[in-house]
Design a protein around this ligand. Structure first.
Ligand SMILES: [Zn+2]
Length: 275
């Protein structure tokens, strides 16, 4: 009888120990926050020569970023060589489609299968023929819908959409306060469809707003996702150019470093999601 009681006691202690260790290590088993707060920068389209010129800046801040390549069949040998060097530096080469079409109107006029064949399979084929197997995808024009995303998960671990502070619809301009934009902070195991805030001059972000998002990433132990298109090495004259000022990117990188933020590629972020 005493022996049975002792046995039960030992089992109870063992169960308590297992439960308490599960509680202690729950953060590792079910990651909720990033192990280190950070920033994930991505760049869209095919401004390869301009992206290549950013190498010294990325090296200075030990930053690894993602380049989302579109229309890969149009690249010259020189551009493929530059991309290879960028990849060797530790940057990710992601997929941004073969024809850069907006998925919603395209699928409306055609079909999902045609979209996959023309936009996705074709891009993957060209990239693979040059030695790249992209793991993440950026929706051209930020055009995405739930059902298509379910199909795209067959090919990619993470899908990146566009987040804007200012959105124009005809004559209407919708503007959100920077502290209301919450979808740009990546946390593990939340979603495979994510959004990045555009840093192009058209989105009119101020340095103060950038500081706000960087501090929020640090305080919430998440990774803030930002993206742009063409690096503009000279100060832009108008808000119409489809790009961001390199000076602004430099500011983002230097302030991130001051806050101790780690840079992540989009594929690195995807590794924090459950398989
Ligand atoms: Zn694009």
């Amino acid at each position: 009888m005493i022996f049975i009681r002792q046995k039960r006691g030992i089992i109870a202690i063992l169960v308590a120990l297992i439960l308490s260790s599960l509680y202690v290590f729950r953060g590792y088993i079910f990651l909720e926050n990033m192990p280190k707060a950070g920033i994930a920068l991505s760049f869209d389209d095919r401004y390869i020569k301009e992206w290549y010129q950013l190498r010294p800046l990325f090296k200075k801040y030990n930053a690894h970023v993602t380049f989302y390549l579109t229309q890969p069949d149009s690249l010259s040998t020189e551009e493929w060589n530059m991309l290879r060097i960028l990849a060797q530096d530790g940057h990710e080469i992601g997929c941004h489609g073969a024809i850069h079409t907006q998925s919603i109107p395209f699928v409306w006029r055609n079909s999902i299968q045609e979209y996959l064949d023309i936009e996705i399979h074709q891009a993957l084929k060209t990239m693979q023929s040059h030695g790249y197997i992209p793991h993440t995808f950026a929706h051209p024009g930020g055009s995405q819908f739930w059902w298509l995303d379910q199909k795209l998960y067959q090919y990619f671990d993470l899908l990146r959409d566009v987040s804007l502070k200012k959105r124009k619809l005809g004559n209407w301009v919708f503007e959100r306060n920077i502290n209301e934009i919450n979808e740009i902070y990546f946390r593990p195991n939340q979603s495979k469809s994510v959004s990045a805030l555009m840093i192009d001059i058209g989105n009119e972000l101020s340095e103060k707003e950038i500081i706000e998002v960087l501090v929020k990433a640090r305080n919430t132990q998440s990774a803030v996702m930002l993206f742009g298109h063409k690096p503009l090495f000279q100060s832009a004259k108008t808000g119409q150019e489809y790009g961001f000022e390199v000076e602004f990117l430099t500011y983002i990188l230097s302030e991130s470093a001051k806050l101790g933020l780690k840079t992540y590629t989009m594929a690195e972020l995807s590794q924090f999601n459950k398989p």
